[in-house]
Ligand binder design. Sequence first.
Ligand SMILES: Nc1nc2c(ncn2[C@@H]2O[C@H](COP(=O)(O)OP(=O)(O)OP(=O)(O)O)[C@@H](O)[C@H]2O)c(=O)[nH]1
Ligand SMILES: [Mg+2]
Length: 552
Amino acid sequence: MSKRHADLLFSFRPLLRRAIHVQEYRVHVSGIPRICHRCLSTDAKPTPSGRNSNPAVPKPSPDLSHLNPPPDDYSRFIFQDKCRSVIYAGSGGNGCVSFLREKYIEEGPPNGGDGGSGGSVYIQAVEGLTSLHKLARRGVIRAGRGKHGQGKSKGGKRGTDVLIQVPVGTVVREIDRYDPVAEVENRLREVSIELDEDGELEMPSIDRNRWVLYPGSKPSDFLTTKFPKPVPRRQNIAAMEPKAPIYLDLSQHMDKPILLAAGGVGGLGNPHFVSRSMTRPKFASKGEGGVRLELDFELKLLADVGLVGKPNAGKSTLLRSLTNSRTRIGNWEFTTLSPSIGTVVIDNHTGRPLVESKGKIPRTNFTIADIPGLIEDAHLDRGLGLGFLRHIERARTLAFVVDLSTDDPVEGLKILWNELGQYQRLRDLEVPPESDETNDVRGLPELNVQHGDDVGVDITPLRLKPLPPLTLPSIHTKPWFVVATKADLPETRTKFEYLQEYLSLVERGLVELPGSLNQKRWNKKIHAVPVSAIRGEGVSRIPKLVMEFLDE
Ligand SMILES: Nc1nc2c(ncn2[C@@H]2O[C@H](COP(=O)(O)OP(=O)(O)OP(=O)(O)O)[C@@H](O)[C@H]2O)c(=O)[nH]1
Ligand SMILES: [Mg+2]
């Protein structure tokens, strides 16, 4: 090799190294780590050195460094399970007052175009989203307003629609609404209207702002012009709006979005007001204002599996071993301070699920939530408080993560169940206090902007109406299983056997779990899975088990 070639190769070395690294990464990002499932013993067997073994090609050892990373190697998972947003449908554009002007046509007919209708707001629950933080960050959500009509019968452009995407399992509830069209309808009903023979009426002065006059008109023209009876109008699609007050439980993935609020309909141009008595109307109607909604979004379903365990039990390590999550791991308590959600891909991205579910559309993935550690008296708001007990309540199945290296894993499990039982008791007894997060109001400053010049909306400050807590299924009715971690450490086998004995007694109803309420419990086979999350051993049993529960 010439010196020049050698130099060239040398300069490419970092690139080559990076390419090799990418290859390695691909090995463990494809869903469940492909790790040979040996029995969980600490001593590694020597590799048999036979004639076939090729010493030149060393067997690639799975890179497990991501399961025991330094504490600063993590990515922040932003999580929010509640938020409030103010949503404006777009207002309609105004109609136009204009007349045909052509050579030899002195007083042409009216030809003002109609205003465009305002943009509508749609909502869609999609798989793949796990948190409401993006929605919360958007604050006030506005659909575009319709453009005004123009002369020569040119209609205004429609306002742009807005799509709100939320995770599957979101409940949308209405806190407050202001509907300008309903307001006009009510006012018309209340005020006694005296119609003259032609069906015309003297409009009260407050309704001036429903009309556009010919450019150059004086305000006094409002008094001299006879306006027709105002007819508040809505877009046809408004019939598809959910019934007020809005309550949507979006528990399924939606292929198509649904309408939340239709935009205001555009105003009519002056040709619409031609009558026998008025052949050249010098007014057009303004567009209807868009509805304003204040909505509360709350995640009812956080994840398919919730990891419940004491601090430092190894929940985050387990999540890392099952998913591509890069949640923080540290050898101290309360490393995890807010939930982090990972997705377990069970089809290895091939479209063919590893776990078949009979007669159903096969699932290709499920989600796991790493919830902060639970300590004794958590139900009294100790540790990280009631907040994360709320997260546990929102998981479809529960995986109790028990640390086998502790003195008594059974006692650990009992403490967990006791806390859950106490929390459920409190939940059944009284309405838990709403957290500060719920009263968080966003977007107040922007409230004064929309409609200001057009429709004369009275601007009321946002009301902090407390909503009743969501009704959720009892924790005791959820399917659950136990994951016994740190099984690679010495003397864990006997502890695991002891744990299994205890669980079989619970299963047969010979021992009552602490925290039991007089409620129907989930009473099927209780599985206990020994794993060494740090080595990725034994974890492959978990997806199969979870899929059985989710298929039920
Ligand atoms: N030997 C061994 N150590 C483990 C295993 N799983 C976790 N650990 C260690 O246990 C410690 C705690 O792990 P984490 O995953 O942060 O525990 P956690 O339950 O998420 O803790 P919190 O977030 O504080 O609730 C870390 O030092 C891990 O390396 C395991 O299977 N075997
Ligand atoms: Mg953790």
